[in-house]
Design a protein around this ligand. Sequence first.
Ligand code: BGP
Length: 493
Amino acid sequence: MAFPKGFLWGGATAANQFEGGFAEGGKGVNSSDCTTRGSRTKLRTVTYKTPDGVIHEEPMFLLNAPEDAQFGVFPGYDYPSHQGIDFYHRFKEDIALFGEMGFKVFRLSMNWARIFPTGMEETPNEEGLKFYDQVFDELHKYGIKPLVTLSHYETPIGLANAWGSWTDARTIPCWERYVRTVGERYKGKVEYWLTFNEINIAAMSPWMSAGVGRRTPQIVADISKNQLIASAKAVLILHEIDPGNKVGNMVAYGANYPYTCNPADVLASKQAMHGYHFYEDVQARGYYPSYKLKEYEREGVSFSLTDEEAETLKKGTVDFLSFSYYMSSVTSTDPEILKNKADGNMGLGGIKNPYLKVSDWGWAIDPTGLRIALNELWERYQKPLFIVENSLGTQDVLEPDKTCHDQAHIDYLRSHIQAMEAAIEEDGVELWGYTPWGCIDLVSASTGEMHKRYGFIYVDYQDDGTGDGARYRKDSFYWWKKVIATNGEDLSD
Ligand code: BGP
């Protein structure tokens, strides 16, 4: 029995990719609502207006909007978050399906703008709070524990337009009000919390991760400082409200390999890992690591902490570490090798690994990398771990008889569960749970398309938003049900 009794099996989602209900229940507009649909070949864009009244759209990953840009939703653009997969109206049906699979835990994020429409109100929007009450109550009916991400790639647009969102420390008290409100409201209903989804992605897409329209080393450092302090404050607030609350961080993680045993490659790979570890170091240990402070000095980034801020970071360390794992990456110092760029989650692909197969989107498939990642995190922090995202994006086909033969998901998940098993059984890693990403098909974060499907449940929406949204059980649905029922003992087809 590798998996401990009470191991938390389930699935993961995010509000902006599945909730829909864009203009309902008094919800405000958030950053993801202003991000258009794309595809693997067409970049998603962000829309904004300049003071001269001109509307602009710019690729999300390259966004360099002027300081006076007013982000928003404009006629004639197609924004996939507005419909998502309509969980807002279909949550009872969806949760019943999760219950049928025997989920122990369900990861979802709360849409901050549903609770505080501009982010700046003094009092919350009761209708928004009621929506999540109903969702949590429904989950409890099936014995499913909610795992709530407080911020998953969406920031109220009011904060972005007022002062640049997370670049400005004035966002922190707004966040504290939000965290306190939901912590008090859902006391007894929610026990597992995550602060910021993939907090390290601020360096790749300040828009996606923080609702910020520009990227410079200084901007990324400011976002990170404000979010790290906000994360620590969330830990303190949630512990104060209920000492039984378990609060974790969340990082986009992956093993990184040197291309060769040339010490220069090995060093470069170690330095690439700093991009992940910096955030974990602060959130798990409570202080900035020396390599980051030295990097700021080298880059001329201004950075300092008041005594109070340092104390907040020190006290607000997380109870457990969570992460997404999709792929590993490779680093080289050889200019020729560096030309073999690989795709990967949020641009973290590095260069191609000749030993690994890749997904249809070019992400390297590497279960051993997951075992390495689990070991690294456990050795480094000695805190419980939670894999809150993992799976394979595939182009699933719904057959005329409404079945869906998604063997690739089963194969991918099985190999990764075997890696987890080895990490627990042979390496002694403490792992609390596993929530495969997009347990129900949803909108892709990087491309905004629908046909990159991760789920156990097929959702009949297509890339252009057409479809009736009907849900169908895929082959993996029945497989996942068996895996959960046997606590990971039976992984066979
Ligand atoms: C992570 C995000 C998720 C999710 C996932 C898969 O980075 O936390 O929101 O979408 O990646 O990525 P994609 O949707 O681009 O395939």
